[in-house]
Design a protein around this ligand. Structure first.
Ligand code: SF4
Length: 80
């Protein structure tokens, strides 16, 4: 899966959302997340992000910080 990280805060440029073939982005007040169980790992969103906030899970923190955050908020926030 790909994950949204902290550079996204207050960016919400949304080009990543437009290109996602499975619509697995979810939106909070000032941050977007990807549902890890819906992402098909296509990678097309990564180069669309102007602030390099989207990373593959291989680049997550060792403790899985961003996987946990994306999974948690994808269940709480509306799909966009
Ligand atoms: Fe969507 Fe592909 Fe990005 Fe996953 S990697 S969030 S499926 S565009």
């Amino acid at each position: 899966t790909y994950l949204v990280t902290d550079a996204c805060v207050k960016c919400k440029f949304m080009d990543c959302v437009e290109v996602c073939p499975v619509d697995c982005f979810y939106e909070g007040e000032n941050f977007l997340v990807i549902a890890p169980d819906e992402c098909i790992d296509c990678g097309v969103c990564e180069p669309e992000c102007p602030v390099d906030a989207i990373v593959p899970d291989a680049e997550d923190e060792p403790d899985g910080k961003w996987l946990n955050i994306n999974a948690k908020y994808a269940k709480a926030w509306p799909n966009i």
